[in-house]
Design a protein around this ligand. Structure first.
Ligand SMILES: [Ca+2]
Ligand SMILES: [Ca+2]
Length: 302
């Protein structure tokens, strides 16, 4: 949003066509409190002879009784002697009751701010939008038609986070159900991510506690995994046939300084036999009678 500070532009003309603007915000001051003893006039000219829709979006003018101390006036024309915008008080201050917006009857408005020499406040903001009346119920291709009053504004003002139509139909407001849906979806997503994080931590912790990557990768039935004192790794499994292969993790439950994964791993007896060793994983072919394997001891235990 292009902003003009009235205190910096006293006596000037804001030509929106030259500035390529379809809307502009006029702010009284860039400071927290406006100056005392101001008498500042600014004219605003619309692009392509359009009209103006003026919204007073902030009104903190220390006006006192009947706006007799500080006040704003907005005139429907290039001169201060022109009437104020239709429906607007002659003097606008914090005590004024305002309508949603005010329209001009021409392409120039004159804004004036007066402050006395004591007490000040934050000032005002005006949101000014250029509009055109519809032609036979339609707007041009590059325009958006406001829903209620059918006025035409530039399509560039659609969904720009500033309400340019009096009914705000140019803005992409989310419906209440959509907001609720997004909120619920967000909560579910957060809970799901938290559960996933907890599960991953749990798995890592468990693997760390066992000293193992956790399991036999096997199509055999894994009966259990136990620990036998200091002998470290003990798995047992019961193959269903002589052709069963298992990927055996040879990392012990609690690795000791003497433990080394072996690449020349053998087990007593004709079965089972080692087929492959991929680092920590050993492929084993085992007969049905093998029910207990202690890879650390390299033996078959009945
Ligand atoms: Ca004052
Ligand atoms: Ca807008």
């Amino acid at each position: 949003m292009f902003s003009v500070f009235l205190e910096d532009e006293c006596g000037t003309l804001v030509d929106m066509e030259k500035l390529a603007l379809e809307s502009v915000r006029i702010e009284l001051t860039k400071y927290q409190i406006y100056h005392n003893s101001m008498n500042c006039v600014l004219r605003v000219k619309s692009p392509y002879s359009k009209y103006f829709e003026v919204k007073i979006t902030k009104n903190m003018i220390d006006g006192g009784e009947n706006c007799s101390s500080d006040y704003l006036s907005i005139h429907d024309g290039p001169e201060l002697r022109n009437d104020v915008l239709q429906g607007l008080d002659l003097r606008v201050c914090e005590q004024s009751v305002l309508a949603a917006s005010y329209a001009s009857s021409g392409d120039v408005i004159t804004i004036r701010f007066i402050s006395d020499d004591i007490d000040a406040s934050e000032g005002f903001w005006l949101h000014i939008t250029a509009f055109r009346e519809e032609d036979n119920g339609a707007c041009h291709e590059s325009e958006f038609q406001c829903m209620t009053n059918k006025r035409c504004i530039s399509e560039h003002l659609v969904c720009d986070r500033f309400e340019d139509c009096t009914d705000a139909s140019d803005e992409c407001m989310l419906s209440t159900p959509a907001i609720i849906g997004l909120a619920v979806g967000g909560v579910i997503l957060v809970v799901a991510l938290t559960c996933l994080a907890i599960y991953v931590c749990y798995r890592k912790r468990r693997q760390k506690d066992t000293g193992s990557t956790g399991h036999l990768h096997s199509n055999s039935d894994i009966l259990n995994s136990t620990e036998d004192g200091n002998k470290t790794d003990i798995y047992s499994y019961r193959p269903k046939s002589t052709e069963i292969q298992a990927i055996y993790d040879v990392i012990p439950y609690r690795p000791t300084s003497t433990y080394r994964p072996t690449s020349t791993y053998t087990i007593n007896g004709p079965y089972p036999q080692i087929e492959k060793n991929h680092g920590r994983h050993v492929w084993i072919t085992a007969p049905p009678e093998v029910t207990y394997i202690s890879p650390y001891e390299q033996s078959v235990i009945p």
